[in-house]
Design a protein around this ligand. Structure first.
Ligand code: HEM
Length: 155
């Protein structure tokens, strides 16, 4: 989002135009979903693809199952925000969960992510202290040095 005068606030209309920024955020959450999954409890016996899930059992759904599947995302390990120009089938892209218990803060999270990214990119110069920092899964992504950055206001 360019064309803003220094100090001029972003408007809701500005945020609606940030389609590529949101694609970048979505692609980041596809590769590293902040919440990798969650549990559901079967409240009745369920038949699913030849399996029986008995009433009372807990089921773990994970975002990685579809996020890293070539069936849904071509070349799934590559970072390609443009892939989100095409619609994604329901229950395939799940950083915010899905169904009746989908994240209640989705819109707020989208808003704050777009504002944060806009301000960091337009107002600050920043760089990673450890560009090749190792990231382990524990089970969430965990940068081995805490991912420190060097940040300073743009001159
Ligand atoms: C990037 C930011 C966020 C991510 C990735 C995220 C992710 C998720 C996920 C995956 C769930 C579903 C968990 C499940 O199905 O068991 C969830 C639920 C929920 N989230 Fe978020 N969330 C984010 C931000 C927020 C914010 C900002 C709020 C509130 C201000 C919020 C409030 C909630 C609530 C209340 C639920 C429970 C909804 C329910 O069970 O009916 N989240 N979130």
């Amino acid at each position: 989002m360019t064309g803003k005068r220094p100090g001029e606030n972003l408007t809701l209309d500005d945020l609606k135009k940030m389609k590529y920024s949101w694609q970048v955020a979505r692609e980041s959450m596809r590769l590293f979903p902040p919440i990798f999954g969650s549990f559901r409890k079967a409240i009745v016996d369920i038949e699913f693809e030849g399996f029986t899930i008995p009433k009372g059992w807990k089921v773990l759904w994970t975002a990685y199952g579809t996020h890293y599947s070539a069936e849904y995302f071509q070349d799934p390990l590559s970072f390609n925000p443009s892939r989100f120009e095409e619609p994604v089938p329901p229950y395939v892209f799940l950083p915010f969960g899905g169904g009746p218990r989908v994240c209640a803060g989705y819109q707020l999270a989208k808003l704050t992510t777009l504002i944060f990214v806009h301000l960091v990119v337009t107002r600050y110069d920043w760089s990673l202290l450890y560009p090749d920092e190792n990231i382990t899964m524990d089970p969430l992504p965990f940068p081995s040095h805490g991912m420190p950055i060097k940040i300073s206001p743009k001159m």
